[in-house]
Write a protein that binds this ligand. Structure first.
Ligand SMILES: Cc1cc2nc3c(=O)[nH]c(=O)nc-3n(C[C@H](O)[C@H](O)[C@H](O)COP(=O)(O)O)c2cc1C
Length: 327
């Protein structure tokens, strides 16, 4: 069915399809969640024998939706009906932001290229939406925090902490995103000094919440090594590996996701697991079930997908969960 529908769906503009999908999931989720369960094969996931423990919760599957799909938490309560056991909302910035001019999302062969630029409704609006939700105890919510593009870096720590303060009661874990290639200069915060300031200002807001760091796939081993070996002193509770691969398409800087990331994301995971026992969420280039199994073997606690879901279709989360369960 998906193979039949995909060429038709892919004939439309990628961001328009994305917006239409969000609206459809929102309406179906509110009125007919059983339809979402039927489309995704969710019932089969609830029959899987292996539960997955993550930050004190028991999940039916290791598969989560990666940041960037549901930036404003519009479909969060319905994702469990689509075969996900976790999701990372955001990136959310302190102030609302329109993002880069359109078109800014493109499909390629088993890959996407985007330069969205943190389009989102801002921390207050997203927090208001969260406060109307009741989330299943078997679902883990991550909230990914980004930086407004006009924030000077001297104020970065203060602004991450302010966004965190607004959103802190709604997530099981939070993610500091300093690795998006689409906000000019953001990646320069991926160094010890800046991370120390950001984490310490966030921990002053709340020391009990778990805060993860999301990193770029291109980081040098010596920089990574420092993050992994000094994680507990920096207040880092886990890592999300990885963000998109920085690149250029027709003169626009942005990030590649999907197939071009598989190898890099895997080797970063292997390196991380050799250096830290902290929770690791593996994301980037999981385009088939074998890749999910590989991430499990390399020591991932959870996996996330974005591009794989777009190309693999509605049953893709189920396929990954079944393969993980069989290992
Ligand atoms: C259109 C698009 C928007 C994204 N937006 C964000 C974002 O706002 N914050 C973030 O941390 N990652 C964002 N990402 C990166 C994904 O969370 C993920 O790290 C990356 O796409 C690799 O996973 P994949 O190969 O399964 O797509 C975005 C990715 C795509 C394709």
């Amino acid at each position: 069915m998906w193979n039949f529908l995909k060429p038709l769906i892919f004939s439309f503009d990628a961001e328009k399809v994305h917006d239409f999908s969000l609206k459809s999931i929102e309406s179906l989720g509110a009125f007919r969640p059983q339809v979402l369960e039927w489309i995704s094969g969710q019932a089969k996931i609830s029959e899987l024998s292996q539960d997955v423990s993550f930050l004190g919760k028991t999940l039916k599957s290791p598969v989560g939706l990666a940041a960037g799909f549901d930036k404003n938490a519009k479909i969060l309560p319905y994702l469990i009906h689509l075969g996900f056991s976790s999701a990372e909302i955001g990136s959310v910035t302190l102030r609302p932001q329109g993002g880069n001019p359109k078109p800014r999302l493109f499909r390629g062969d088993q890959r996407l290229f985007n330069f969205m630029g943190f389009n989102n409704e801002g921390a207050e609006a997203v927090a208001r939406r969260f406060s109307g939700y009741q989330i299943s105890k078997n679902f883990s919510v991550g909230i990914n925090i980004g930086l407004n593009k006009d924030t000077p870096h001297e104020k970065a720590a203060e602004e991450y902490a302010e966004s965190f303060d607004i959103l802190k009661s709604f997530g099981d874990y939070f993610v500091v995103n300093v690795s998006s290639p689409n906000t000019p200069g953001l990646r320069s915060l991926q160094q010890l000094n800046s991370i120390e300031k950001i984490f310490s200002s966030m921990k002053k807001v709340s020391s009990s919440q778990r805060i993860f760091l999301k990193l770029a796939p291109e980081l040098e081993e010596n920089v990574l090594s420092e993050f992994f070996s000094r994680a507990s002193e920096l207040g880092i509770d886990g890592f999300v590996l990885t963000n998109t691969l920085g690149g250029n398409r027709e003169g626009r800087n942005g990030g590649w996701s999907g197939a071009p990331l598989s190898e890099l994301s895997c080797s970063l995971l292997a390196f991380a697991r050799s250096r830290t026992s902290l929770p690791l969420i593996s994301v980037g280039g999981i385009m088939d079930a074998a890749e999910a199994v590989k991430r499990k073997k390399l020591g991932a606690n959870l996996i996330q997908i974005y591009t794989g879901w777009i190309f693999g279709g509605p049953r893709f989360p189920l396929q990954l969960a079944q393969a993980w369960n069989e290992l």
